[in-house]
Design a protein around this ligand. Structure first.
Ligand code: ADP
Ligand code: MG
Length: 703
């Protein structure tokens, strides 16, 4: 049997997917459930009982002993609480395996320890998980055995969202409704549903587990807090590189098998720019499932890495001096009959619709640039955005030459009459040439790039959930569609009105288009002239969540209430402060318990050497010079350490909130950098044998 056939066989074998449901569920129940999944109706308990029973039987056949509601609290990770299927022991001493509809659709984890940003006063500490039947349940096999995982939303008693999934599902409803309105205007009467499609490319690093264990910074903070760059040239060792590849290849193979089994269509894999850095991309799917799948990808990478004696680092910037990791969030809109609203199209009629969609997106991104940027704000991502390796912190849109030219013609003359690459364009109202898909996207510096039939949002951090960015994309575009439809539905002459609207949007929002080099300083200045926000850090990005425009938009489309947004702001500041506090304390710990003692020992041996050499009657100036240099750096280290301790204590004593987070950002982070500088210099001087932890070279070139 060929490999391909085996893959086809294992793909989705642990998923309670449509095929399984069709096979197992009574016809009526199956039909009801499909309706609920497709149209978002409510599920009655009797139907839920039948589904739960079949799901349990199926899971038990796969070896499952437990089930869990799998949810996404605002910690960035996923959470789960396992319950076994066993019932109370019977009089005969035996147990039954049971799972009710109620247990399937609703859970009540003790939720008081999850971040709620004040939404859930402790007296109503209960949170509820609710089955999201649009994302299929699956059985996961790991050291705990086999567990039936049920994707769920997580809400408070009053229904306030405490998670990443609830707002995402709400935003998908919003974009669905507004997209359908827009399609109807263009005469489409058949589409029943429009769904955002998402494909997330995931970057990650792999390091050797034994070396990882020797670094407290990696253990506690997920990134190195000290570390000098290795000498150039190690990465050129071809033979050595060959060995690396084998170990990684074996890992990737197992990752793929695990992912395929749970229905993640893992498709591409390759080495990334930095040594020890790699990427995995699945085939895109519905936004909600894509977000869940991205969590599965991250968890699987971590688990399989451990099985291979490695550690997978998902942090945005595990190593200073080499590239960090991000996620490219590819986004488009697909109808239930398979049409992509971002496909430029072949006929003038489709072209006009595409142009309206495109200019609505220009408007949405321009208007809500700060909010979109916020959606990618994450503690670790502060090291990437704007650091000339990832997109700049300024939001702009890359359209490519051809589309940009079409927009320019629209702005200048109100009509697009020709295309750049020679294709003949029909003269007429806003028609567009059949655009050649430019597969080789040459602009890697843009944060938001049109790549043929989708937009690629490249700002998201590698460790972050992609949910937040998709919530924002769905909602801001829903708003732009709604505003366009409000005008067009009232228009007497539709063709004329749509033409005017496209021109208006293109004209008013052309400043957001930028095809040039996003890493250049000139762009920063140019963006400022254009009035585009340049928000450099997470703490400065967070306020965008509660501006008047943001709140009214999210409330209008019922994605977030003001209270929910305010709670998220609180949580973000708290998360930021906690993360930096951990990093600062880890540095303090490493510097005082490992680095300074090692350097002291080294100076002692240097001093002994100086004496011995002098005694032998030989010039000891080199040794003495080294001793002086080392001692000076040691003094600098000690004073920076004391300063960091003081400022961290001060930060930790502050009340939680914006002021504290800003203090961590503007005072503690610079103090961390001040400590790092002399330590990294010391690492270059001190005998490698005496240095208390593996070096960058050991970590990234010897996987
Ligand atoms: P590249 O590195 O050139 O961006 P990749 O193949 O690594 O390309 O990743 C592209 C990602 O975009 C994949 O996850 C792919 O499935 C996804 N994708 C392709 N077409 C669409 C679309 N219409 N909508 C959303 N995502 C898409
Ligand atoms: Mg890409």
């Amino acid at each position: 049997m060929s490999e391909a056939l085996k893959v086809a066989e294992i793909f989705g074998e642990d998923v309670f997917n449509d095929t399984v449901m069709q096979e197992r569920l009574p016809k009526k129940v199956y039909k009801d459930l499909k309706k609920i999944i497709e149209e978002g109706k409510e599920l009655d308990l009797a139907t839920a009982d039948v589904i739960a029973h079949e799901m349990k039987e199926w899971a038990i056949e796969k070896g499952a002993t437990h089930y869990t509601h799998w949810f996404q609290p605002l910690t960035g990770a996923t959470a789960e609480k396992h319950d076994s299927f066993i019932s109370a022991p019977l009089p005969n001493g035996k147990v039954l395996m049971s799972f009710s509809g109620k247990e399937l659709i609703k859970g009540e984890p003790d939720a008081s320890s999850f971040p709620s940003g004040g939404l859930r006063a402790t007296f109503e500490a209960r949170g509820y998980t609710a089955w999201d039947c649009t994302s299929p349940a699956f059985v996961r096999h790991d050291a705990a055995g086999a567990t039936l995982c049920i994707p769920t939303a997580f809400c408070s008693y009053k229904g306030e969202a405490l998670d990443q999934k609830t707002p995402l599902l709400r935003s998908m409803q919003a974009i669905n409704e507004q997209s359908l309105r827009l399609l109807r205007l263009f005469g489409n009467t058949t589409a029943k549903k429009v769904t955002p499609s998402v494909g997330a490319e995931q970057e990650y690093f792999l390091v050797d587990a034994e070396k990882f264990e020797q670094r407290k910074d990696l253990i506690y903070a997920g990134r190195t807090l000290f570390g000098a760059m290795p000498p150039k040239g190690q990465e050129m060792d071809d033979h050595y590189f060959g060995t690396i590849r084998q170990r990684i290849a074996g890992f990737m193979k197992d990752v793929n098998i695990e992912l395929w089994k749970v229905g993640v269509a893992s498709k591409t894999q390759h080495n990334e720019v930095a040594p020890a850095q790699h990427e995995l991309a699945p085939i895109y799917g519905e936004a909600n499932v894509a977000v869940d799948h991205n969590h599965l990808v991250m968890q699987t990478l971590k688990r399989v890495a451990c099985q291979h004696g490695m550690k997978c680092l998902l942090h945005e910037k595990p190593f200073a001096g080499v590239n960090g990791s991000g996620k490219h969030n590819n986004w488009s809109l697909t109808t239930d009959d398979g049409k992509n609203l971002l496909e430029p199209g072949k006929t003038p009629h489709e072209n006009v619709q595409f142009l309206l969609v495109l200019t609505c997106i220009l408007k949405a991104v321009d208007k809500h640039a700060a909010l979109l940027r916020e959606s990618a704000a994450d503690v670790g991502n502060d090291h990437r955005l704007g650091a000339n390796e990832a997109p700049p912190a300024i939001i702009s849109i890359f359209l490519g030459d051809q589309l940009e030219d079409v927009i320019r013609q629209l702005v200048d003359t109100g009509e697009a009459t020709h295309s750049l690459k020679g294709g003949r364009l029909e003269t007429g109202v806003s028609t567009l040439p059949d655009l050649a898909k430019d597969a080789t996207d040459r602009n890697r510096t843009s944060p938001f790039a049109f790549t043929g039939n989708k937009f690629e949002f490249r700002m998201v951090g590698s460790r972050d959930s992609i949910s937040g960015s998709n919530v924002v994309l769905n909602t801001i575009v829903a708003e732009a569609f709604a505003e366009a439809c409000d005008v067009l539905e009232k228009a007497d002459d539709f063709d004329m009105a749509v033409h005017d609207l496209i021109k208006k949007y293109a004209t008013e929002h052309q400043r957001i288009i930028f095809n040039g080099n996003g890493y250049a300083d000139a762009w920063v200045e140019e963006a400022e002239r254009r009035g585009l926000p340049n928000i450099k850090s997470m703490v400065e990005a967070v306020p965008a969540l509660v501006t008047e425009d943001t709140v009214s938009m999210f409330e209008k489309f019922k994605v977030f209430t003001k209270a929910e947004l305010e709670s998220r702001v609180e949580i973000k500041y708290e998360n930021y402060s906690k993360a930096i506090n951990i990093e600062a304390r880890t540095m303090i710990d490493m510097a005082s318990k490992q680095i300074i003692p090692a350097v002291i020992k080294y100076t002692k041996s240097l001093a002994d050497t100086v004496l011995a050499v002098k005694e032998a009657g030989v010039d000891a100036s080199v040794q003495a010079g080294l001793l002086k240099e080392t001692s000076d750096l040691l003094a600098a280290t000690k004073s920076a350490l004391d300063a960091l301790s003081t400022v961290t204590d001060k930060a930790a004593a502050m009340d939680e909130g914006e002021e504290q987070a800003r203090f961590y950002h503007f005072d503690v982070v610079p103090a961390m950098e001040t400590l790092r500088t002399p330590v990294d210099k010391l690492e270059m001087i001190v005998d490698k044998e005496a240095w208390p932890m593996p070096s960058y070279g050991d970590l990234i070139f010897e996987v």
